[in-house]
Write a protein that binds this ligand. Sequence first.
Ligand code: NAP
Length: 187
Amino acid sequence: MGGTFDPIHNGHLVAASEVADAFALDEVIFVPTGEPWHKKPVMSAEHRYLMAVIATAANPRFTVSRVDIDRPGTTYTIDTLTQLSSERPDADLFFISGADAIAQIVAWKDYAKLWTLATFIGVTRPGHKLQLPEAPEASMSLLEVPALAISSSDVRDRISAGKPVWYLVPDGVVQYIGKHKLYRGEN
Ligand code: NAP
């Protein structure tokens, strides 16, 4: 499950749970991006990583990996998948992310090689229709997840406007954001 997670919210968690159920996955590894080439995250990698750990702590099938935030330089999914597959040589890997992100995959580094490493699952918000790029058969799927009506940008906007985000993000993450005064505009 790759994403910036800036911050992680309940839509991400429901999406992970739905994909795990639909594709009979044993484990979902949340992989916060380090330095994306296409944008600068609002919050530091360590804050985004710790919020992902807090959000997933209660689920025995959810884990969080530091591979992207510990690897120096720009984050490319080809490197993420290469590293994860060498750590888990017998695993059948699926790469889950927002369908908007996966729709751009043809522009990603070494994209032709990506298909050999994982099956790609794009999760969509309700009502969003997307045309996926051509991919080898069975290597790319879309799954609509109604809970993805929640978005990280909306959560950030609500916090900076002083509005509550209870029930949009897990309780522990609300408390972490409050404790560290994140997303208030000054950090
Ligand atoms: P993004 O552009 O921030 O997000 C695009 C859309 O997808 C947003 O609506 C976002 O909603 C949603 N989204 C992102 N991750 C999601 C997830 N795990 N589950 C559900 N929705 C998600 O995308 P990004 O977070 O930077 O990148 C997504 C993944 O693609 C990362 O792992 C990144 O490293 C990878 N990627 C790789 C390359 C490359 O290799 N060249 C290029 C781009 C992205 P929210 O804001 O609510 O999450």
